[in-house]
Design a protein around this ligand. Structure first.
Ligand SMILES: Nc1ncnc2c1ncn2[C@@H]1O[C@H](COP(=O)(O)OP(=O)(O)O)[C@@H](O)[C@H]1O
Ligand SMILES: N[C@@H](CCC(=O)OP(=O)(O)O)C(=O)O
Length: 366
């Protein structure tokens, strides 16, 4: 794996990056798409393109574009309303980008993905090859979550974590998350006393801050999904910058705007990081202490015999929490069984395949 960018000065020369712009920056106060923002964003990114930098743009804004075109009073709050608005809005959003980049003779391609597409090995190879082809052709991939088909378990909702997964997929030199605040603060920026955090060298520093999932009027996930995205990307060896959309030009010049999360790891297993950080779990299994010891000694799958209780409803492949006898979260994993069958098998030995296979599990206390 290539060496991580050590500092900001290198950003302006980095050959490849991912930039994500959130709903908060692309939406007018009445819920419609902010076209002035699209102008400045496209202009600044086209300048980077002309300096020979290549990037994938992860753009929200489909719902906002849909609100305008449907002529509805405000952004829907229910899932099917959001999906419908996104389905109407996505082609308009792409048209807006296509026109702006065409003025600079730059082509764009639409990439709609679910988290599953970037995690499942067979899918992610395809996604990677397709994106590489676009880069070879000099086309800018514009990525959004495929809101029409994303189910609640696989739906990210926010685009921050999708951007981190894309950064891994295309081997980006850095990830830039643009939002409506100029960076991470020690607490919600509206609260008096919150101060800007300029540098995060180690994710454990975040324990001292109050980072909420409550976002702006139109955003999803608040700062907490951005921090999760930074956690994932930096573990992949990709430094992450969080700043405001107004600061895009300065950030790409390598100026010290926003918050810089230094690369901490060199991991290549996107699936494991997805299980640990991004997947919303559908249920829980509770274990006896022997099973916890077996998992934590390493290399062992979870067997039904060590399970004392099964909570919730899930299908094989769904993410679940793996809880110790004291109620502590020991691991996360993808279920090998559906919840009903597992409930019947719990506590019994010799009942076939693993309840959670070791390759589908991430220990969280190590
Ligand atoms: N510690 C914090 N530092 C900065 N912003 C925070 C913090 N905690 C919560 N936030 C909120 O996160 C919001 C940005 O997230 P969100 O609305 O989801 O934006 P986007 O649509 O750009 O993804 C900010 O408007 C801010 O109010
Ligand atoms: N896929 C949705 C965006 C979801 C969303 O709001 O995400 P974010 O901008 O990260 O808060 C859309 O295009 O409107």
């Amino acid at each position: 794996m290539k060496r991580a960018l050590a500092n900001r000065a290198l950003v302006s020369r980095a050959p490849r990056f991912v930039v994500k712009i959130g709903s908060s920056s692309l939406t007018n106060p009445n819920g419609t798409l902010n076209r002035d923002r699209l102008d400045s964003l496209s202009e600044t990114l086209a300048n980077a393109y002309d300096r020979n930098q290549r990037f994938a743009l992860v753009s929200s804004g489909a719902v906002a574009a849909g609100v305008g075109h449907l002529g509805i009073a405000s952004r829907p709050s229910d899932m099917s309303g959001l999906q419908a608005a996104a389905m109407v809005g996505q082609p308009h959003l792409m048209k807006e980008y296509a026109e702006r980049f065409a003025r600079r003779s730059i082509g764009i391609g639409q990439v709609l993905l679910t988290a599953d597409d970037v995690i499942r090995r067979s899918h992610y190879r395809n996604a990677r090859l397709a994106l590489e082809k676009l880069f070879q052709l000099g086309i800018i991939p514009i990525v959004n979550e495929n809101d029409a088909v994303a189910t609640s378990e696989l739906r990210l909702g926010d685009n921050d974590r999708l951007a981190a997964l894309i950064a891994h997929l295309i081997n980006a030199d850095f990830l830039l998350l643009l939002t409506d605040v100029d960076g991470l603060y020690s607490g919600p920026p509206s609260e008096p006393g919150s101060r800007p955090i300029r540098f995060v060298g180690d994710m454990s520093e975040l324990q001292n801050y109050s980072i909420t999932g409550r976002g702006s009027a139109f955003g999803t996930g608040g700062m907490s999904t951005k921090v999760t995205a930074a956690r994932m990307a930096t573990a992949f060896g990709i430094p992450t910058i969080v700043t405001s959309a107004d600061n895009l030009g300065a950030a790409l010049e390598g100026e010290a705007v926003g918050t810089w999360f230094a690369a901490t790891g060199n991991k290549s297993n996107a699936r494991a990081l997805w299980i640990a950080h991004a997947a919303q779990t559908s249920g829980q299994v509770r274990l006896d202490s022997g099973a916890v010891a077996a998992l934590e000694s390493g290399g062992n799958s979870l067997l039904a015999v060590g399970i004392t209780d099964v909570v919730g409803t899930f299908d094989p492949g769904d993410p679940i929490d793996i809880i110790g006898p004291g109620g502590d979260l020991v691991a996360k994993g993808l279920a090998g069984w559906d919840s009903e069958s597992l409930r019947e098998a719990a506590g019994r030995s010799g009942v076939g395949r693993a309840a959670v296979h070791v390759d589908d599990m991430v220990l969280l206390r190590h």
